[in-house]
Structure formats: structure tokens, C-alpha cells
Write a protein that binds this ligand. Structure first.
Ligand SMILES: NC(=O)c1ccc[n+]([C@@H]2O[C@H](COP(=O)([O-])OP(=O)(O)OC[C@H]3O[C@@H](n4cnc5c(N)ncnc54)[C@H](OP(=O)(O)O)[C@@H]3O)[C@@H](O)[C@H]2O)c1
Length: 230
């Protein structure tokens, strides 16, 4: 039997879609977001259950309040959307960096801000970072920066929103996520102690743990098969 309140997944494709599917299959009311209403409704239909799709653009933070106006009480909030830029400090693109910083740091914060009257002490929030914060790759200047920013965002929210729980997840390369489809991942696999890359199901399971375990708070959870230890 699903508990009271909906599950909101900001960024309803990719890994977000699998998180939404998990909770929809469990009988929860789920809200997913995409940048277009039509696409949001299509994705919601493929997820099924009591899932509905909303249009939301994190790069336009002033529009977030209206975009989420129809959302009721929120039990779990997952902030996972990203639009990766490819940026390097020697050829730095301010517009690209501004867009990603706005959507992942200001946009994520504004989502929490506008939903405050629909979150309660029992609610829980998971914010997606990523291991580019610790292990940058060519072109990850902004991605590394915002993923590092997620660590600080979680710290402050844990204090500001107590007793509500807030945690971050930092996956390694997620082999079966659409972003990595068709790319050669051998260099990541060979450096992963388990010899097995992280899969979307592993990330869903970790998000479920962070949302539902009532003692877990303020954690930056690495989900990478031990990749960061090598
Ligand atoms: N995939 C990995 O291997 C990996 C590894 C480490 C960390 N992560 C993190 O995990 C999270 C999910 O990654 P993913 O690979 O599943 O992402 P993805 O497949 O690239 O999907 C990105 C999602 O973000 C949404 N989005 C993009 N720009 C947006 C905007 N301006 N406003 C609102 N929504 C926007 C997209 O929605 P529409 O395009 O439909 O509008 C889509 O739902 C991200 O935070 C990422 O940094 C992923």
C-alpha cells in the first residue's frame, strides 16, 4: 500500500525514468518533469501507474513555481535533471557554464524552495551529483563544478530543513543509461574493482535506500563499484 504524498522526479528521462517506474510500480502517485509538456506526458504514459508529466525548465528558475503549482503533498523529491555542457577553462564558454550552473544549482534549490509548503518533516530529498566532482574528465569543468556544489547544497539543506532528510547520490558511469549508449566504456570498466559497471537498477536501489532509510541523512553516497578507490 503506497504511503501518503507523491514522489516527484525532476528529470523524468534516463535514470529519473527508472526511479519513477520503481515508485509507480509500487503503487505511488508519481510526478515526472521534462522541458516539454507533450514529452512529459509521453514519458509518464510509458511509466504507467499513477504517473503524470509536467513541463518544467530548470534553466528558467523564475518559472518553476508555476510549473509545480499543481503538485500536492510531496513524500519523496528526486532532483536529477542535467544538461551537460562541454567546457574547458582554456576555452571557457560563459553561456554554457551559466546554463548548467543555473539549472543544477539555482534550479534545484528553487524546486525545494517552491515545494516547501508541500514537503513535511517526514519527506526526504535525494539530489544527484556525480563523480566528475572528484575525478574530472576532459570537458567536465562545469560538470565537476556543479557536482561539487551538490555536496554543499546537501549540507546546508540538512541544517535548514531539519528534521527532513536530504542526501546526495554520486554515481560512477552508469553503463546502461541513455547518455552512455554506444560509447566505449572499457577504460572505466578496467579500473572498476568489481569488474562490473554501475547499472541504472543499482542507482534506483541506492536512491530508494537514501529516500526510505530513516537514519540516513546528509550522506554523499558513491555508487561506482569501487571505481574511486583505484
Ligand atoms: N548517466 C550517468 O552515467 C551519470 C553518472 C553520474 C551522475 N549522473 C547524474 O544522474 C542524473 C541523471 O543523469 P541521466 O544520465 O539519467 O540524465 P539524462 O538521460 O541526460 O536525462 C537528463 C534529464 O534532465 C532533463 N533536463 C535537461 N535539461 C533540463 C532543464 N533545463 N530543465 C529541466 N529538466 C532538464 C531531461 O529532460 P528533457 O530533455 O526531457 O527535457 C532529462 O529528463 C544527472 O544529474 C547526472 O548528472 C549520471
Amino acid at each position: 500500500m503506497a504511503a501518503e504524498g507523491c514522489v516527484v522526479v525532476i528529470g523524468g528521462r534516463g535514470i529519473g525514468q527508472e526511479i519513477a517506474r520503481h515508485y509507480a510500480n509500487a503503487g505511488d502517485e508519481v510526478v515526472i518533469t521534462c522541458r516539454g509538456q507533450e514529452r512529459a506526458e509521453e514519458i509518464a504514459a510509458t511509466i504507467g501507474g499513477s504517473t503524470r508529466g509536467l513541463e518544467l525548465d530548470l534553466s528558467q528558475p523564475e518559472s518553476i513555481r508555476d510549473a509545480l503549482s499543481s503538485v500536492g503533498h510531496v513524500r519523496y523529491l528526486v532532483l536529477g535533471a542535467i544538461e551537460r555542457d562541454e567546457n574547458r577553462i582554456r576555452t571557457y564558454s560563459i553561456p554554457d557554464a551559466m546554463r548548467l550552473v543555473t539549472l543544477k544549482l539555482v534550479g534545484y534549490s528553487e524546486v525545494v524552495h517552491v515545494l516547501l509548503d508541500r514537503l513535511s518533516d517526514d519527506s526526504a530529498i535525494v539530489i544527484f551529483g556525480g563523480l566528475a566532482k572528484d575525478r574530472p574528465y576532459d570537458g567536465s569543468t562545469t560538470v565537476s563544478t556543479v557536482n561539487g556544489g551538490v555536496v554543499g547544497l546537501v549540507r546546508t539543506l540538512v541544517g535548514e530543513l531539519a528534521p527532513m532528510r536530504v542526501n546526495a547520490i554520486h554515481p560512477g558511469v552508469v553503463e546502461d543509461s541513455p547518455y552512455w549508449s554506444g560509447k566505449n566504456l572499457d577504460k572505466f570498466r578496467s579500473r572498476t574493482p568489481t569488474g562490473r559497471m554501475t547499472e541504472m537498477a543499482d542507482v534506483v536501489d541506492a536512491v530508494r535506500f537514501l529516500l526510505q532509510n530513516k537514519a540516513v541523512n546528509g550522506i554523499d553516497l558513491r555508487v561506482d563499484g569501487g571505481w574511486m578507490t583505484t
